[in-house]
Design a binder for this molecule. Structure first.
Ligand code: NI
Length: 140
């Protein structure tokens, strides 16, 4: 992959904040402040793009549910079939006698992915669900 050109700019912040940044840079093993700040900016941009607009995002939807609950499995399957274009892969794990966990790898326009995730997470019988958004790696 081609190295992006670098842009230099100075940052001003409260000195106690800068000291805590330096401690974090050291503790997390970043090479320097610039690398840590770039990582923080990238993380914020991923969240920002995941919330707004039609930009393509990748991510995972994690769902935990009791498969004994009436119709839950077929309801979740129906929703997934409605959005086959957004789901790259699906993993089903039987956590215990009652509880299942599904992890869906998803990719698509942020609004479409979010809408599908909301349908799955709000489906009756889902105990807990979460969409985790990341970048497709193309733009950020
Ligand atoms: Ni199961």
């Amino acid at each position: 992959m081609k190295q992006p050109s670098l842009c230099r700019f100075s940052v001003s912040m409260a000195s106690d904040l800068a000291e805590q940044l330096d401690e974090m840079v050291k503790a997390k093993g970043f090479a320097n402040r610039s690398q840590a700040l770039a990582e923080m900016v990238r993380d914020e941009l991923v969240s920002y793009h995941g919330e707004t607009g039609s930009r393509e995002i990748a991510g995972t939807v994690t769902l935990v549910f009791d498969h004994h609950k009436r119709n839950i499995q077929s309801l979740l399957t129906d929703i997934q079939h409605d959005h086959g274009d957004l789901i790259i892969s699906a993993l089903h794990v039987h956590l215990d006698h009652h509880t299942c966990m599904e992890v869906l790898a998803v990719r698509g326009a942020s609004a479409a992915v979010r809408k599908m995730a909301d349908r799955l997470i709000s489906a009756k019988g889902v105990k807990h669900g979460r969409l985790t958004v990341t970048t497709t790696g193309k733009e950020i």
